[in-house]
Design a protein around this ligand. Sequence first.
Ligand code: NAD
Length: 352
Amino acid sequence: MDAYLRNALRGRVLFGVDTIAALPDELARLAGQRALIISTPQQREQAEQVQELLGDYAAAIFSGTAMHTPVEVTAKAMRIVEEKQIDCLVAIGGGSTTGLSKAIAYRTNLPQIVIATTSAGSEMTPILGQTEGGVKTTLKDQKVLPEVVIYDVRLTLTLPSAMSGTSGINAIAHAVEALYAENKNPSTSSMAEEGIARLARALPTIAGDPLNMAARTDALSGAALCGQCLASVGMALHHKLCHTLGGSFDLPHAETHTAVLPHAAAYNAVADPIAMQQVAHALGAESAPLGLFQLGCAVDAKMALRDLGLSEFDLDRAADLAVQNPYWNPRPIEREAIRKLLQRAWAGNPPQ
Ligand code: NAD
């Protein structure tokens, strides 16, 4: 048997339907009396429902969350934290909203309750990405790991169909890379396989029937498993490519993961055929890269980076950036092979 080191995550997770009703009790457990509710402008209405639920314990709403956690937005939210003497953070939304909550927790050490409404997985990780002067940097600190995560399936019913598909595949990407991670272990591999299987069967159903509760339940529980994989083991080439494309070319997060994943899996297939068999089995496909590509097509995702706003002219620079400071990867990172990978992903061709 292979030896391994596993860092277990602290934190409390509530999963189910209408679990949001437990929020007042969870706030009380953390001794919170003056909560700041955080959301995007688009989810202001859900933030107001949270406010109603918390009554006098809701001190303020900040619904100005923006993508990539710009430090200027954090500074605005910090002013409210100080003025209103906030003692607990309650975030409702996807990775962007969780990002702002983590950024405040990083500066204040305030406890956080995150109500996760996408499949991004940030709520499970001690990782914070922030943008300053157009440059996104990432840090890892246990201070930013939320104390409580609430998954309420009903809150995901409003996630638009297109975003449900790409956000779900974003979660699958965490699991695929966990299966070939340098520090993989039996518990993350089991979570990864189960997470992929749940999402793979749920996402095509959601694309055609967004209000299907059984499929939404599978998708959110699968995403929670994949989020734990992201938090527990190192990510590799796929995440490096997506961080490069998102950070330097401003491509959208979940959509980019969806278009790149089949090609990153194809790149690594020869280096870890066992991981690829596990992914293929979980997808119910013969080949992992092709199965991932077909899943993207089945949810009507854009599978070409050119359709996400990347110019062909940028492919050389993207390849140069992607091979700088590479993350550990099962197959050595070769610039020419990465350039070819990007060309295929740009054109939306099936993986090779
Ligand atoms: P997002 O949070 O930007 O959400 C996209 C849009 O969907 C927003 O307008 C949001 O309000 C809306 N939305 C979310 N849930 C909804 C729902 N249930 N109903 C209706 N609308 C809803 O997108 P995301 O993909 O969740 O997060 C992406 C960000 O998260 C990126 O910045 C990424 O870097 C970050 N992220 C960080 C980590 C980490 O560990 N630090 C992990 C994953 C992602």
